[in-house]
Design a protein around this ligand. Structure first.
Ligand SMILES: NC(=O)c1ccc[n+]([C@@H]2O[C@H](COP(=O)([O-])OP(=O)(O)OC[C@H]3O[C@@H](n4cnc5c(N)ncnc54)[C@H](O)[C@@H]3O)[C@@H](O)[C@H]2O)c1
Length: 337
């Protein structure tokens, strides 16, 4: 039964690795959606996917090795794209132009032009395009965004951001993983986890990047694994972004937003607000987490006006990442495209 006839939304999963399986499990657990097709260039990956999502193993789902074939099959109403980064914008457009709604994993695109073309395809086809930036749906980051956007800390003049992880191994060997191959990944740690951190820096602050100066260290790999970025935003505010995959702590994720009237910090899963002459306030998020799949389905059904992480966030991140890699090559500050 199709979604048009009142049945569940029919999903195809494109890229059936770790994240494809994670999203498929959430879809398969719902009454209003089902996974009907899987696409991967590697048949063994589809076999593993069916093992990882056990409820699908009993079903007769269609298997594809070519994205265009799945998109044109008429079997799906929507897709989840979880392929390597440099393929995302092409896969997005193929699916939107075939009349499908698209939830794409981060980053939406590795270039600003690719991001803009995907936004245009969503508008042209009147379909939902959402990015699986899960932090947009977490109460903590939503609260930080609301407080900053309410004007409580005034005009933001400085943003500092750090992401430190112990994950060098996933960028070390291109024969083992596409993440270590820049033609597939588009970049290393900055393009990968850095995509989430760039996105949150922009989502919470509401700022748009204008110019970027970047230093990257590949540490003997083919991709960046250590990053130091200096950013100027369109309102004249400054930003610094530091990232390392070569940390001895498992995970550190920190943001500070310095405004004319206060400072908001996000550290170790806590949001604090400091204002001169006032006690430090610990802010709690309220409400439930809204997961990317659930939120995407709400947007398709028209229950919400737009997805929580719409394509403009994908564009902003693509602008910053593209300018950063350009700056690292030129040795000069580069304006975003
Ligand atoms: N939101 C998050 O927190 C989060 C976490 C991990 C990964 N991700 C993102 O999810 C995406 C996938 O990452 P992963 O860890 O699942 O990778 P993965 O290597 O586990 O899976 C990727 C799959 O894509 C397949 N593939 C490659 N080219 C293809 C093509 N042209 N057509 C169809 N299939 C193709 C590969 O064979 C592989 O099975 C990436 O964009 C990554 O950044 C997001």
């Amino acid at each position: 039964m199709s979604a048009q006839s009142g049945g569940p939304l029919r999903f195809g999963i494109i890229g059936t690795g770790g994240m494809g399986a994670a999203h498929a499990r959430e879809i398969a657990a719902r009454d209003d959606a089902e996974v009907v097709a899987a696409c991967d260039i590697n048949q063994a990956a589809i076999d593993r996917f069916l093992e990882r999502v056990p409820t699908l193993k009993q079903r007769d789902i269609a298997r594809f090795t070519d994205v265009a074939a799945l998109a044109g099959s008429g079997l799906c109403d929507a897709v989840v794209i979880a392929t390597p980064h440099t393929q995302h914008d092409e896969h997005i457009r193929l699916c939107l132009d075939a009349g499908l709604h698209v939830l794409c994993e981060k980053p939406m695109a590795t270039t600003a032009a690719g991001a803009r073309a995907s936004i245009a395809a969503a508008e042209r086809n009147g379909k939902v395009l959402a990015i699986a930036y899960q932090r947009h749906g977490t109460p903590l980051y939503r609260r930080a965004h609301e407080v900053v956007q309410s004007g409580e800390i005034g005009d933001i003049r400085l943003v500092t951001v750090l992401i430190a992880q112990d994950c060098l191994d996933i960028f070390s060997d291109p024969t083992r993983t596409w993440r270590a191959d820049p033609t597939m990944s588009g970049g290393g740690h900055f393009m990968d986890t850095g995509s989430h951190i760039n996105d949150m820096m922009l989502f919470v602050s509401g700022l748009a990047p204008e110019q970027v100066f970047a230093n990257f260290d590949n540490y003997g790999t083919l991709v960046d694994v250590i990053t130091a970025l200096s950013i100027r935003f369109t309102n004249g505010a400054c930003g610094t972004f530091a990232a390392t995959s070569l940390s001895h702590e498992p995970w550190r994720e920190e943001f500070s937003f310095y405004g004319s009237d206060g400072v908001l910090n996000i550290r170790d899963g806590k949001v604090t607000l400091h204002k001169k002459g006032h006690d430090t306030r610990f802010l709690r998020g309220s409400g439930r987490e809204s997961r990317p799949v659930a939120n995407f389905i709400q947007a398709i059904k028209g229950e919400i006006p737009e997805p929580q992480a719409g394509p403009v966030y994908g564009l902003r991140v693509a602008q910053i990442t593209e300018a950063a890699y350009k700056s690292a090559r030129s040795g000069q500050p580069e304006r975003v495209g």
